[in-house]
Design a protein. Structure first.
Length: 489
């Protein structure tokens, strides 16, 4: 098999080539590392490379395969969002605050994937502490969208999405608090799934908003995402919110026909905020699903319009509490010049955090303070319940809710940085799933102005199998997910 094709192969294809001994893990690893070396100066999708370790592990993987000792993912290349703690490897969370943080332990997701056999090539760029929709809040610089490097790949997991879209790595982890897997997946033309809250352990995932954060995966097909999620998911005694629900074999059930599936189309999605062209793509994607026998039903999510303000109260409140641990005493950035303890804290935090993180901490502290708590935080929690209940009511009638992932395709770097509200509105279609803890996937469904857009499918709690089945059927009938940005073919 020619090495010139390695970057275009999916995980499923690479796995087959490894097991049939047509390729070695070392060849795959070295080919992709050299591709990253050639291309990543312009994309900036990686913060840290772990090249030497990767080659060493690839050679060990080759030995295992030769001896027939391989596990499910032995020798397959992978990358982690720089929010997952990796033992002995710098983990910055995109922040100056953690520019020197080398965790003494692996996140559960990292550990599980390592045990399954993946080779980590490096850690990917991201918005600072996962706060952002464009990857521009990263201390390590913005990331270019492989479809046009002047555009944003979305965020907060922009580095993982761009690396997969530019064929630098076939799959990578992401995290999604309000859309940070699905929005960048849509804007870079790849597949991204945020599982049910609790499906994947959050242990060792640096916290932003704990009741919303969930780890997931980016890949170039539903099959690849299913393969990875199966290994990431499951109960973890180190995360009390992880679920004991059995993890199905997502790959085994992915070919299940969708003829009995009921798909909901949200009335409110068509009322505002959606580009005309984007709408056309969405409706044609729905027709494709209908052609497989799926029944389409209109549903009503009456409170969905409140999801963005609700999210920004809840997420900011939780982040102000989670980020109070960065005080310069135990780890991370520490100021050099201070006269007293108060100055030590304020200078450390003032220097370590960027503008967006400070804005969220201030908003969060405000909505939690005495006198404002009832008016903002408590009210937001009540509205969150209403939104969640709307979804549950809809799921009495349908199995999956389909809609757009984003209002429009990728935007220019810098275009929204001066207008936080405009930036926040990027997540208008994704946030609902986080507020209710529902799983959701984005799959490429067409192009607007030569830029990819995504179809979002939201499922019932622990309904990831239906999402994969639906997405996979769609990918059997279309080739949007196979489109490659010209520069990265
Ligand atoms: N863009 C949203 C925010 O800025 C969501 C981020 C995320 O999902 N991590 O908060």
């Amino acid at each position: 098999m020619p090495n010139s094709q390695i970057h275009n192969m999916t995980l499923v294809e690479l796995k087959k080539a490894l097991n049939e001994k047509n390729l070695s893990s070392r060849e795959i690893t070295e080919t992709l590392l050299s591709r990253i070396n050639d291309f990543d100066d312009s994309v900036n999708s990686f913060i840290t490379m772990t090249s030497d370790q990767a080659i060493k592990e690839a050679m060990e993987a080759d030995k295992k395969i030769a001896n027939g000792d391989q596990t499910n993912l032995t020798g397959l290349p992978f990358a982690h969002k720089d929010l997952f703690c990796t033992k002995g490897t710098l983990t910055t969370c995109g922040s100056k605050m953690l520019h020197n943080f080398i965790p003494p332990y692996d996140a559960t997701v990292v550990k599980k994937l390592k045990n399954a056999g993946v080779i980590m090539l490096g850690k990917t760029n991201m918005d600072e502490f996962a706060m952002g929709s464009s990857n521009e809040t990263s201390y390590y610089g913005s990331v270019g969208n492989p479809w046009d490097l002047k555009l944003s790949p979305g965020g907060s997991s922009g580095g993982s999405a761009a690396a997969v879209a530019a064929r630098l790595v076939p799959a990578a982890t992401g995290t999604d608090t309000g859309g940070s897997i699905r929005q960048p997946a849509a804007l870079t033309g790849i597949t991204g799934i945020k599982p049910t809250y609790g499906r994947v352990s959050r242990y060792g995932m640096i916290a932003f908003a704990s009741s919303l954060d969930q780890g997931g995966v980016f890949a170039r097909s539903c099959e690849d995402a299913a393969l990875i999620l199966g290994e990431m998911a499951g109960l973890d005694e180190l995360d009390s919110t992880s679920s004991a629900e059995k993890v199905p074999n997502y790959l085994e059930s992915i070919n299940h026909p969708i003829k009995d599936l009921k798909i909901g189309l949200v009335k409110q999605h068509f009322e505002e905020g959606l580009d005309e062209e984007n709408k056309k793509n969405l409706l044609s994607a729905i027709d494709t699903l209908k052609s497989q026998g799926a029944e389409v039903i209109e549903i009503d999510l009456p409170n969905i319009g409140l999801s963005v303000p609700t999210y920004y109260v809840v997420a900011s409140a939780e982040c102000s509490s989670n980020l109070s641990r960065y005080d310069g005493v135990r780890f991370g950035h520490r100021t050099e010049n201070y006269e007293n303890l108060e100055e030590f804290y304020s200078k450390t935090r003032g220097e370590g955090f960027g503008a967006e993180v400070k804005r969220r901490i201030m908003t969060g502290t405000y909505v939690l303070s005495a006198g404002y708590y009832d008016a903002y935080y408590l009210k937001a929690q009540k509205v969150r319940q209403l939104i969640s209940q709307d979804f549950k009511n809809a799921f009495e009638k349908v199995d999956v809710i389909a809609g757009p992932t984003t209002p429009s395709p990728a935007f220019e770097l810098g275009a929204k940085m001066d207008d936080p509200i405009e930036m926040y509105l990027n997540d208008i279609f994704t946030i609902g799933a986080n507020l209710g803890g529902f799983p959701a996937i984005s799959v490429p469904c067409g192009f607007v102005n030569d830029l990819p857009v995504g179809l979002q499918l939201v499922g019932k709690h622990f309904g990831e199998e239906s999402l994969f089945q639906c997405g996979h059927q769609f990918q059997q009938l279309t080739d949007w997910h196979k489109q490659t940005p010209e520069q990265f073919k």
